[in-house]
Design a protein around this ligand. Sequence first.
Ligand code: KIV
Length: 318
Amino acid sequence: MRKTIFDLLNRKGTLPVSMLTAYDYNTARAIDEAGIDMILVGDSLGNVMLGYENTLAVTVDDMIHHGKAVCRGAKEAFVVIDMPFMSYQASVEDAVRNAGRIIKETDCQAVKLEGGVEYADRIRAIVAAGIPVVAHIGLTPQSVNALGGYKVQGKSLEQAHKLLEDAKAVEEAGAFAITLECVPEALAKLVTEQTQALTIGIGAGKYCDGQVLVYQDMVGYRDGFTPKFVKKYADVHSVMLEAFRQYKQDCEQRSFPEVSQTYKIADEVMETLTKEQHQIRTYNHESSKDRKGGKRDCSRLAQGRTDSRTGAHDGIPA
Ligand code: KIV
């Protein structure tokens, strides 16, 4: 049975909630089968699936396209889809319209948006439309240019105050969960204790009500930089690289495909086909000689027929 917002809220202060990102059907199937509670179709899609440098170019259509595939794969997990950059920043109307589109067109259970105090009115309006909202505060990648890079947030007293205010504002606006990204553990613990909403940490320590990771990071699907907060549970990149290299070698050495990967045809059918091909080649050869000599006799080909039951062609036994 599909997990509900109430199942998740009941976990506050009890069993921590698990969440992973997914962007396609098969990954969603596997995450769901593993019993992970929540799936996030993150706008990290831009970096980890589409090859952009950041999340800013991701569109609502991108999120819906990938979100639909994930929703088809997730039978029990609670699916949240990110609202991408500029789908809610300009106005409350945009926020409600785009959140509505995401819910209507994908069948997901909630949307997530970045920002605290300054976007509380968007959260309030989306929740009023009957759509559950996950807030996202701390490091908000859509503001990477304003933040001057991907940095830990909330380390200074001023920043810590801002984080607490943001958490309070989004909770009051009706967010049922708050993603805390790249926040010191002690501060995330304080936020978790001060809010009724579920806190879901990414780089925010172990005291949050749940954890989320980008799945490519935790299975080692991506080559290159891995953030400090990621625990790598597998090295999928190496496994794939080795498989691709082996395949290339097999292709070049004709050791793939093997008999077990090959389809057969009955010997009689092949014999008939070979005879037919031989006759056609002979005919073409002769008629090209005729053409050079100015004559062309098509009567033999026109008469040529293969008996589909015996395979005999032009009376020649199969
Ligand atoms: O887009 C995303 O994957 C996210 C996570 C980093 C929480 O927002």
